[in-house]
Design a protein around this ligand. Structure first.
Ligand SMILES: Cc1cc2nc3c(=O)[nH]c(=O)nc-3n(C[C@H](O)[C@H](O)[C@H](O)COP(=O)(O)OP(=O)(O)OC[C@H]3O[C@@H](n4cnc5c(N)ncnc54)[C@H](O)[C@@H]3O)c2cc1C
Length: 510
């Protein structure tokens, strides 16, 4: 008998409760063989791109290295989960499959349901282990405060470097064919499922080792103190935010590991009697609020697995609610996706995402809000474009909840509307961020950025800017809309649509 430990978005060995469960039952259920499945259907989704595949590759390489150091074997397979489990269960005496309860979009939710049934039909036990305080079908497992207490006191279990051979399958079982290319840590495009190509030259690196390096960089008193004052500005957040989102999204770190480090840091501040302990505590609470929101959105998605697809209001469902078939719509969508709207703040955000795969929360929110309300783009189209760009795309939970808030199509009562002029003036006063990502505007005085769309072309020419999209010599597009006017109109339309009333629907809460 052997057990399969099926990694999904829990790509780590330390504090991995699915792994702990599997090892604890090795005597009864057999040694553990590690598995990762590259699913073609997942990679074909409009929310995924090659930058996720690169990050995942780095995570798997690091994981394989750690697993081999413990004496185990990680196998990677390409195929649908049912195909892969059919092959493995036919060739190996599989007694049990263990995985964590993954919080995903509606596709992943349906996939998990079918796997559960398939394994049951084939008399293979399936154990799913809770991760990050979210319980399948139930939302939060514990109130955040109770969870934090437990997480801070939990015994830390990090098997990296420990000889675990007596619990693990230590050689590739005979009869299991593996694609050599996949096992060698390359990105073999002929083997991997196809996904949208979207290179990311300055992306964060994946892997559990890298996750701990970033955690160590952030978890010190100075960083924590700077955090609350930094995250709204794209210039400061890049260095003073925790930058842990991609690692939390892919599970190279768990919430509990982060919570424990925060708790230790504050305990040390008390022990050493620092005189800024109150300030540190308040910054820690500010940070933990974000972790709590993360859990909240995951819980919401677990209870509303169709959050990425269903309309909540009748008027948004009408066939022509979004004129997605028109040429004007296609132009706007393309301009947004390529960062060619002629609104510097928006184009700088897109250029930053194209290069780095990351943007701070405030500017993500302003960007999505402008795309939906200012440009009138359909929330799903915008959500797909951004998901492909975000290296930290979390499979859907935070992402679709935030897209719903930004577009006004969700269940949240208040309508969000950002003024691009205000964000530019307040968060990028010297236009440092906008100039960094829009080199053709570097000579333009900072104050012009805050009302760029009101400036006639002649006023910009002396600073090397030639507006236009088609004429020779043009180096920056004409503003596609006046952002403040366009978002005001968009907000009115969304408000009217919401008056059509919510569509009665099934949620797991009702
Ligand atoms: C339209 C839109 C889509 C988004 N999509 C994603 C996504 O796919 N994946 C993702 O991880 N984040 C997403 N976010 C949330 C947020 O922008 C990022 O988590 C944050 O910018 C990551 O940077 P950081 O790790 O330095 O965050 P920090 O400021 O250091 O925050 C700490 C952690 O808390 C979590 N967090 C922070 N802000 C939020 C929030 N508003 N809601 C829920 N959790 C939060 C993240 O895991 C983050 O790593 C989205 C926001 C918007 C507006």
């Amino acid at each position: 008998m052997i057990q399969l430990l099926w990694f999904k978005r829990d790509l780590r060995l330390a504090q991995n409760y699915a792994l702990i469960r599997a090892i604890e039952s090795a005597k009864e259920k057999g040694p553990v063989l590690f598995l990762y499945i590259h699913e073609p259907e997942l990679w074909a989704s409009p929310t995924y791109s090659s930058r996720h595949q690169v990050f995942l590759r780095q995570c798997l390489d690091d994981l394989r290295n750690s697993i081999e150091n413990c004496g185990g074997v990680l196998i990677e397979k390409v195929g649908s989960c049912i195909e892969v489990f059919s092959e493995l269960c036919a060739k190996l005496p599989v007694s049990r499959v263990t995985a964590h309860e993954e919080i995903t979009d509606s596709w992943g939710y349906a996939r998990d349901k079918s796997i559960r049934l398939w394994l049951k039909d084939h008399q293979v036990e399936f154990v799913e282990v809770e991760q990050n305080n979210i319980q399948r079908g139930m939302g939060l497992q514990r109130p955040f405060g109770d969870w934090f207490e437990l997480a801070s006191r939990a015994k830390q279990r990090d098997p990296r470097g420990v000889d675990l051979r007596r619990y693990l399958v230590s050689e590739l079982p005979s009869g299991i064919a593996l694609d050599e290319a996949l096992q060698n840590g390359a990105l073999p495009h002929a083997v991997l499922p196809h996904t949208a190509p979207l290179p990311c030259p300055k992306a964060q690196r994946g892997g559990e080792t890298q996750a701990h390096a970033i955690l160590n960089r952030f978890m010190n008193w100075d960083s924590l103190k700077a955090y609350p004052y930094s995250i709204s500005s794209p210039n400061r957040a890049v260095n003073h935010g925790s930058r842990l989102s991609a690692h939390l999204a892919w599970g190279t770190l768990s919430h509990a590991q982060v919570a424990k480090r925060i708790n230790d840091l504050i305990a040390q501040a008390h022990e050493t009697k620092r005189d800024d302990v109150l300030e540190l505590e308040s910054a820690a609470r500010f940070y933990l609020d974000r972790l709590q929101w993360r859990q909240g959105y995951h819980a919401h998605t677990e209870l509303n697995p169709d959050n990425d697809s269903q309309e909540y209001f009748a008027a948004f469902k009408a066939p022509d609610a979004w004129p997605t078939h028109t040429a004007e719509y296609a132009n706007r969508l393309r301009a947004f996706e390529q960062g060619q709207t002629g609104i510097p703040l928006i184009d700088a955000c897109m250029a930053c995402l194209l290069q780095t795969g990351w943007l701070n929360f405030r500017f993500r929110s302003a960007l999505a809000n402008f795309a939906c309300m200012g440009l009138g783009l359909y929330w799903k189209d915008v959500g797909h474009i951004l998901a492909r760009l975000f290296v930290d795309f979390d499979g859907g939970a935070i992402h679709w909840s935030q897209m719903r808030i930004a577009s006004g199509t969700g269940q949240f009562d208040q309508l969000l509307v950002y003024s691009i002029a205000k964000q530019s003036r307040e968060q990028d006063k010297a236009a440092q961020f906008q100039k960094q990502y829009l080199p053709m505007l570097r000579q333009v005085p900072a104050e012009y950025f805050h009302d760029f769309w009101l400036r006639p072309a002649e006023e910009l020419e002396p600073f090397g800017v030639a507006l236009g999209s088609h004429h020779r010599g043009a180096n920056y597009p004409h503003p596609i809309v006046n952002p403040d006017e366009a978002t005001a109109t968009g907000k009115k339309w969304v408000y009217e649509c919401r008056k059509s009333g919510p569509i009665p629907r099934y949620t797991r809460q009702t």
